[in-house]
Design a protein around this ligand. Structure first.
Ligand SMILES: Nc1nc2c([nH]c(=O)n2[C@H]2C[C@H](O)[C@@H](COP(=O)(O)OP(=O)(O)OP(=O)(O)O)O2)c(=O)[nH]1
Ligand SMILES: [Mg+2]
Length: 140
């Protein structure tokens, strides 16, 4: 076949949210759906007219009910799964107010950088986690 194959492409803003105990917030995707049951960094699709920073702030409020400060860009990953392409733009973020609630996911946890290795993430996250572990002493 010489047809150009196209898969849906999602542009996603992703947050690595730090608290004051050097922990990061991760959430478990709901079972059943795309990548169901896997852990991820919270985030979601950019809307028309929005910057990535605005997208991240909005998604985090919608998904977890908390206010964050969006900080430095960490990494952008372009990854193609079997029938989905994602561009994940990841920023360091800082937890400001509110207790995170599992509004759109199955479960949430605060974990240390070292603990990240014991959770199963989607394939595209391998590079994000490597970048994070290299950037160790991030300070706001
Ligand atoms: N939020 C987030 N998404 C990730 C990560 N790693 C990764 O591959 N993804 C993928 C999974 C999803 O296909 C996509 C995020 O899109 P989404 O959360 O807005 O959409 P969704 O799959 O829940 O589905 P829908 O809203 O379209 O119904 O990016 C990650 O660390 N965080
Ligand atoms: Mg999402």
């Amino acid at each position: 076949m010489n047809e150009i194959s196209t898969v849906p492409h999602k542009i996603i803003g992703v947050a690595v949210i730090w608290n004051n105990q050097e922990q990061i917030l991760i959430d478990r995707r709901r079972p059943g759906g795309t990548m169901g049951g896997l852990w991820e960094f919270p985030g979601g699709k950019i809307e028309l007219g929005e910057t990535i920073e605005e997208c991240i702030q909005r998604e985090i409020y919608e998904e977890l009910g908390i206010e964050i400060k969006v900080g430095e860009h960490l990494i952008t990953i372009d990854h193609t799964y079997k029938d989905l392409r994602v561009t994940l733009t990841v920023h360091h973020c800082y937890h400001l107010t509110g207790i995170p609630q599992a509004i759109e996911c199955d479960e949430i946890r605060w974990v240390s950088l070292d603990e990240l290795d014991s959770f199963t993430f989607p394939e595209a996250n391998v590079e994000i986690i490597a970048a994070l572990q290299k950037s160790q002493n991030y300070t706001f």
